[in-house]
Unconditional design. Sequence first.
Length: 176
Amino acid sequence: MAETETEHDDGRRDFLFVATAATGAVIGGAAVWPLVDQMNPSADVLALAKIRTSIADVAEGSQVRVLWQGKPVFIRHRTPEEISEARDVPMADLKDPQTDEDRALDPEGKYLVMLGVCTHLGCVPLGDGAGDYNGWFCPCHGSHYDTSGRIRKGPAPRNLDVPAVAMIDDTTIEIG
Ligand code: FES
């Protein structure tokens, strides 16, 4: 008789344990959800995840700067000399080997779109043919980038980053 009561008690304890654990999981889930939901990007952040901009007024041999996700982005319309200079460089000369064809926006290489953030410590490099390689120069610690934005001299460890970018039509690009 006593043995049966013990078995009965054990069964009730198991039931209470399972029920308590399940309730705890529901309450825990409800408490975590607002935190997870809060970590999702807000509508205004999502809106800035991609931007569209016109390149119609970027004259050959000049560059414009736009802001994307709080960072400067350089859009350069290169001259034929800048393009051939970038495409004639042997890969063996590059610290961070990458072909100009892989970096340029279009197959002819007219447009180059890059983050204007030095890959050393994040300064904004000077453009318009600056530095020893006629591309961009970061004055903070002396990094020289070529006409494809590739690091050629100085402490920067890699080329200027090329964001995801696509041509929407002949004069509009989308960054992001
Ligand atoms: Fe550009 Fe240091 S931040 S060289």
